[in-house]
Design a protein around this ligand. Structure first.
Ligand code: SF4
Ligand code: SF4
Length: 505
């Protein structure tokens, strides 16, 4: 039965400057969505298939391709926007939940952009990082509230406080959890190499650990999610740390979703799931039905790894975030990753991605304040994630109370991702969010790892400069130092929640 709806207005229009075009067909080869095809002596274009991934533009040797976002040709309406109307048409046609990739596209203010950083002037001198040390080394895990020492028979003094395992990072930037399945093995290998080169760590996501990543296992944080895909003792023992995924910023309250198109034979082996079928992890962990069950899972994982590895928990930032964080901190975990509502995803229901959760800026600040109020701040490290876009976001997140950050989309962009948001289709022409071997082969892990490492190096340098300008010489002194932030065009209520003064104060 054909629908009454007709077709939607074009989103993008692709054109070729025929004067410039040399008919090399690279656009046909590169566009995995099938926008271009040859018909006799002409290259034909189907703009309706275009996702604005920019692959054709990047590889056209004559700059002959033009791609324009089409202005909305619905009657303009402030309430019944194009997005609202197209969702209705789509669901009237299919009866399905609409999936979306990458982070939220909701047009809401970004608090990071309304927080201004401090710099020293005449009353206090800045630190010059070229001549004086600015320490970015970061330890994630429990810190003792006091250190005790004992004297050895020969007179030397040694530490008697028993320290729990910590992860040592040379920069407060880690590569966040994206599963093998959601992204390709070449993308994972690139991230792992970059993590090693820059002295940081990367998350496996919930997809298990592919043998191709075993050489980098000392740089991996292995994730245990509700689906328990690929989880066994060998997997836990291989990681440098273990993360229990309790929630995700892009889809709080529901489980992960890997579309069947991306469950290749290799992904199915690594995850221990059937090939070609959607992998949907349950909303809760089936052994956690209340906060009192979490310590048991934390303890089981610690026991399984002889208490040699830090155990993290990842939660989505939602209402009552501070209380959630404090409760998780009491479960025995060593670090808590809080994922804000703008956090990326390979596939999430659009309504969750754009409407559920709270911003990471608020979540991290309220968590830090609550942990300090309850005397728990040394019990756990805090990791901020969910739309960390540049080095200033890292500095602001740490000043709001984080110890370190996870980056996801920024690392994908460093590999070539154009944030087109179509990851769930499994046809990523950049070889990142796909398992199609011809597309995966487009991503050279040597080159991609260098690009990610360059990004981390560049941000690390900028963080050092920003801290030096503020006269701050260690991450420890920046952490939770909200006095070095000022809110610009933020209302009193939000400033109060963030515990940040207004500009001018
Ligand atoms: S989908 Fe990508 S490669 Fe294909 S026409 Fe659009 S921008 Fe070019
Ligand atoms: S990873 Fe690929 S499909 Fe996903 S947003 Fe980036 S370019 Fe698009």
């Amino acid at each position: 039965m054909s629908s009454n709806l007709g077709s939607m207005p074009l989103r993008y229009r692709v054109t070729i400057d025929r004067e410039q075009c040399m008919e090399c067909e690279r656009c046909i080869e590169n566009c995995s969505y099938g926008v271009f095809r040859r018909d006799g002596d002409r290259i034909l274009i189907n703009s309706r298939k275009c996702t604005a991934c920019h692959r054709c533009l990047a590889y056209c040797p004559r700059d002959a391709i033009m791609l324009e976002e089409q202005p909305c040709d619905y009657r303009s309406h402030p309430v019944w926007t194009r997005a609202v109307r197209e969702s209705i048409y789509n669901q009237a046609r299919t009866g399905k939940i609409i999936l979306a990739g990458m982070g939220s596209v909701a047009n809401l203010p970004i608090i990071f952009d309304h927080l201004m950083l401090d710099a020293c002037q005449v009353t206090t001198p800045p630190t010059d990082p070229l001549r004086e040390p600015v320490e970015l080394r970061t330890y994630l895990g429990k810190k003792p509230s006091k250190l005790e020492f004992r004297q050895k028979p020969n007179g030397d003094v040694e530490l008697s406080t028993e320290l729990t395992p910590n992860l040592m990072l040379e920069t407060p930037i880690m590569l966040g959890h994206m599963s093998y399945g959601a992204i390709s093995l070449n993308a994972h290998v690139a991230m792992a190499r970059a993590a090693r080169e820059t002295g940081t760590y990367m998350g496996t996501g919930e997809g298990g650990l592919h043998p191709g990543l075993y050489p980098y296992q000392d740089r991996m944080i292995v994730q245990v999610a509700s689906g328990r895909f690929g989880v066994n003792v060998d997997y836990l023992e291989r990681g440098a740390a273990i993360e229990l995924k309790l929630g995700q910023g892009a889809k709080p309250g529901i489980g992960g979703h890997l579309t069947g198109e991306k469950v290749s034979a290799d992904v199915s082996r690594t995850r221990m799931i059937p090939q070609g079928s959607d992998a949907i992890s349950p909303a809760p962990h089936h052994d956690i039905y209340g906060i009192e069950d979490l310590p048991q899972l934390v303890n089981s994982v610690k026991e399984a790894t002889e208490r040699k590895k830090p155990v993290f928990a990842k939660i989505a930032a939602v209402n009552n975030n501070a209380e959630n964080v404090a409760a998780v901190a009491r479960s025995g975990v060593d670090a808590i990753a809080i994922d804000g509502f703008r956090g990326g995803t390979g596939a999430a229901p659009r309504v969750f991605r754009d409407h559920v959760g709270i911003p990471i800026e608020v979540a991290i600040s309220t968590a830090d304040q609550e942990l300090r109020n309850q005397g728990l701040r040394n019990e756990v490290s805090l990791i901020a994630c969910g739309s960390i876009r540049e080095s200033t976001d890292v500095v602001k997140a740490i000043a709001l109370g984080a110890d370190a950050v996870y980056i996801g989309t920024a690392a994908l962009a460093a590999m070539g991702c154009r944030v087109c948001g179509n990851c769930y289709q499994g046809l990523c022409p950049w070889g990142i969010a796909t398992q199609r071997q011809d597309l995966v082969d487009r991503l050279n892990p040597d080159v991609a790892s260098k690009q990610i490492a360059n990004l981390i190096h560049a941000w690390t340098l900028e963080i050092t400069e920003l801290m030096g300008a503020a006269g701050i010489n260690s991450i420890e002194s920046l952490r939770g130092n909200r006095d070095r932030l000022r809110g610009y065009m933020l209302d009193e209520g939000l400033l109060d929640i963030l515990d940040v003064k207004s500009v001018g104060a």
